[in-house]
Design a protein around this ligand. Structure first.
Ligand SMILES: Cc1cc2nc3c(=O)[nH]c(=O)nc-3n(C[C@H](O)[C@H](O)[C@H](O)COP(=O)(O)OP(=O)(O)OC[C@H]3O[C@@H](n4cnc5c(N)ncnc54)[C@H](O)[C@@H]3O)c2cc1C
Length: 449
């Protein structure tokens, strides 16, 4: 295979943005993805809505992420940015995962600088003199090698960085347990007016903004009593304290984010097998519960489940800087900021049924510095998306899709600019300028005052 300027491992939200940004900066890009889909957890596992585009009354993520929303809008695959009725984020952006799949393939067809390679797993890295010299990939035909000047790990789990020997932690520091996994599902035939009417009668059973009932869109975090009763009867055995679902883009559809599989590592195939089996068992349990006990779901039906279970957390790399909970809470600003996040910390209990999110008031979001993507040791590797250098708590915020996209865009531009240099020597002033030129927001300082 020819030598590329940039090799992106993983074509999820972050990897897609990285590949497109690098190509638009003139780099020849090899994009390697282990499945046949582009878009990662949003398209493989039905993760939606997108959350955290806004904070403090301003849009804090733009650039390629916003372009993707516009492309979805043209195909009627999103309702756009709308207020979050739960009040967790300032806005949410409901999307149709099937349309997102199409949008990513459109992008790939248009970007002539990207050579895509699907159904190929990035396996090994050959490191010499502090640089990745090449990687080994696996496909049906066996092993192949590829080489590039700069590598971007956008695998979510950080497979390439791990194979390159970059130090990492996994899960939370106390016991290594990671946030639970969830197999999401889409249901149709839901009577949302009936759901709304129940919510009006029993508001204490829900987490809601005060003005939720003035909004045309519905999201539900609650039915606490019904869940507790079903658990007591033994009808619900999964470790979860509530029903969580979001109205979909199409009439009568909802995305249910209620399943919970705990104590599994996404980097262990045996654990992942157990997680997929348990996730699928839970689907039927949840369906029966909703149909039998939740107003509005009597005539509902299963449209689809995620092709794979959704993984919230796995490896966290040690970068030149590690994002801290404190940075999220105080709305940190950094001189080398390359992206922003408008989503609070949202920790699904790694061992139990609870959910803890930090209610943020008067919060304007926070900056993410370039250094969280730069490993200490290697000169030509950037890590982006879900597995950047962040603590368990900070990652519970920064893992959100719009921010993964913004980080990917920054990583792609940085890689294209680092073809001849070390990623540690990046001129972050120039990088921030390029992000702005492409319509992105490299930190709070760039927001209109
Ligand atoms: C259950 C759940 C609910 C969530 N809810 C929300 C929500 O409501 N709103 C929101 O905005 N975010 C939500 N998130 C978070 C969000 O989905 C992700 O954290 C974010 O999209 C991560 O994007 P990514 O590109 O970093 O990783 P991923 O989406 O995981 O993409 C990684 C890509 O790399 C590929 N890959 C992996 N390993 C290899 C390899 N070795 N070789 C080649 N390819 C590889 C994968 O197939 C995939 O395509 C949720 C996540 C989960 C799991």
């Amino acid at each position: 295979m020819e030598r590329f300027d940039v090799l992106v491992a993983g074509a999820g939200a972050s990897g897609m943005c990285a590949a497109v940004a690098a190509a638009r900066e003139g780099a020849r890009v090899l994009l390697v993805e282990k499945t046949g889909l582009l878009g990662g957890s949003n398209t493989q596992s039905l993760v939606c809505p997108l959350m955290g585009f806004h904070a403090g009354g301003q849009q804090v993520v733009r650039g390629l992420a916003q372009e993707i929303v516009e492309r979805l809008r043209e195909k009627e695959g999103t309702l756009g940015h709308i207020p979050d009725p739960l009040g967790v984020a300032e806005t949410i952006t409901p999307i149709e995962p099937e349309t997102l799949r199409e949008v990513y393939f459109d992008l790939l067809r248009e970007e002539k600088g990207i050579s895509p390679l699907l159904h190929t797993l990035v396996m090994e890295a050959h490191v010499e003199d502090g640089r990745i010299q090449g990687i080994t990939m696996a496909g049906k035909a066996g092993k192949t090698e590829a080489r590039a000047s700069v590598y971007i790990d956008a695998t979510g789990d950080g497979d390439l960085a791990a194979a390159s020997g970059v130090p990492f932690t996994q899960g939370r520091p106390s016991d290594g347990a990671a946030q639970p996994m969830t197999l999401l599902m889409k249901l149709g035939g839901v009577d949302l007016e009936k759901v709304r009417s129940f919510m009006r009668r029993s508001p204490s059973q829900f987490v809601l903004r005060d003005d939720w009932d003035t909004m045309p869109y519905i999201a539900v975090s609650g039915f606490f009593e019904k869940v507790e009763q079903a658990r007591a009867r033994g009808e619900l055995t999964l470790p979860r304290d509530r029903v969580l679902f979001f109205q979909g883009v199409r009439e009568g559809e909802v995305i249910v984010n209620m399943g919970r599989v705990i104590q599994c590592r996404s980097t262990d195939a045996m654990d992942m097998t157990r997680a997929e089996m348990e996730g699928r068992r839970q689907v039927r349990e949840i369906l029966n519960f909703l149909k039998n006990h939740v107003d509005g779901f009597e005539a509902s039906f299963l449209v689809e489940t995620g092709a794979t279970i959704g993984v919230r957390e796995s490896r966290h790399f040690r970068g030149l800087y590690t994002l801290q909970a404190e940075d999220v809470l105080r709305g940190a600003m950094f001189d080398d900021a390359v992206a922003m996040c408008g989503f609070p910390m949202d920790i699904h209990d790694p061992l139990g049924k609870d959910l803890a999110w930090t209610q943020m008031t008067q919060w304007q979001g926070y900056d993410i510095p370039y250094r969280v993507m730069v490993p200490e040791t290697l000169e030509n590797l950037l890590v982006t998306g879900r597995c950047v250098s962040a603590t368990h708590e900070a990652a519970a915020s920064a893992r959100i899709t719009p921010t993964a996209m913004a980080l990917g865009e920054a990583a792609g531009i940085a890689a294209a600019l680092s073809k001849e240099t070390r990623v540690q020597d990046m001129d972050t002033g120039l990088l921030r300028e390029r992000i702005r030129t492409w319509g992105g927001i490299p930190g709070r300082e760039s927001l209109p005052r």
